[in-house]
Design a protein around this ligand. Structure first.
Ligand SMILES: C[S@@+](CC[C@H](N)C(=O)[O-])C[C@H]1O[C@@H](n2cnc3c(N)ncnc32)[C@H](O)[C@@H]1O
Length: 270
């Protein structure tokens, strides 16, 4: 995926409310129960750190923190560094263990990166980074809940006579094929087991999302980044891909509603 896409999302990234804020709060509540007061610094690495809002919330834990943020987007790393003191690492999560010390983190965060990184690759990196008894905080949307989106793709785009609609369906199908978002919790659990890990704690958020206009859908899907994979089409300039996304969203019927299902897991060695 082109890095420009993530840098572009960084300009509008919204962790103040909505899904990211709800996820951040749920993660914090779980980690507050797990990590009580301690004098030694909690060593935390956030893979795909984004704007660093989750790390900033962890500063309310009752312990000092030594924080590392890794991301492929320089713009995201800049946002994170403005929020918290951290070691910033520009690298892909699938290569994290080549850039970070092994066995050196009490807590690794990997939130909303499975659209870009194969679970098996991510978990192999995480295993190398975690200290003994270290914990992975994994948060991901699952495809369960997206049925209205898939139905619209089928009925309005895939078989249309209109070549622009079919082009949009092709880009969406390509993005879906490259996304590694699990179907549901069971699929995620199977990945953990295959990687020698197990789920220690689980929370599920079900967040209804309703768009009354194409502009609202564009803000969510493209500007806030939830469906930004669709813009990464080789040879198509970002501006043209955005125009096509806007055009596509104008073809759908409104209001349009989906449910974002978010699995939040604390994971340890099996
Ligand atoms: C949806 S944001 C999530 C940010 C943050 N973890 C959060 O929960 O708010 C996805 C982040 O992953 C980053 N990213 C995308 N592909 C990546 C990769 N292969 N390795 C590391 N980071 C990646 C993006 O730049 C972006 O900052």
């Amino acid at each position: 995926m082109s890095l420009r896409v993530h840098d572009d999302v960084a300009r509008q990234y919204n962790s103040d409310d909505g899904i990211i804020a709800a996820k951040n709060q749920a993660v914090l509540e779980g980690l507050k129960q797990r990590f009580g007061p301690r004098a030694a610094a909690l060593r935390v690495a956030d893979l795909g750190v984004g704007d660093g809002a989750q790390l900033q919330m962890l500063t309310t834990l009752a312990c000092p923190l030594a924080m590392t943020g890794l991301d492929v987007s320089p713009a995201m790393l800049r946002l994170a560094a403005q929020r918290v003191p951290l070691t910033a690492v520009l690298a892909p999560a699938q290569d994290a263990a080549a850039h970070l010390p092994h066995g050196a983190f009490d807590l690794v965060l990997a939130h909303f990166v499975l659209a870009y990184v194969q679970p098996r690759d991510l978990l192999a990196q995480v295993r190398q980074l975690l200290a003994p008894a270290g914990v992975l905080s994994l948060a991901t949307t699952v495809t369960e809940g997206g049925a209205p989106f898939y139905a619209a793709l089928e009925s309005t785009f895939r078989h249309s006579w209109n070549p622009l609609r079919r082009a949009i369906a092709w880009a969406a199908d390509r993005a879906l094929a490259r996304s590694h978002m699990p179907a549901d919790f069971q699929a995620l659990e199977a990945e953990l087991q295959a990687s020698g890990l197990r789920c220690l704690a689980r929370r599920t958020l079900r967040m209804p999302v309703r768009f009354d206009t194409p502009d609202e859908a564009y803000r969510f899907g493209i500007e806030e980044g939830w469906a930004v994979n669709i813009l990464a089409v080789p040879g198509v300039p970002l501006g043209a891909a955005k125009w096509l996304a806007r055009y596509g969203l104008r073809q759908c019927s409104y209001p349009f509603e989906v449910t974002q299902v978010i699995e939040i897991l604390e994971v340890g060695a099996a």
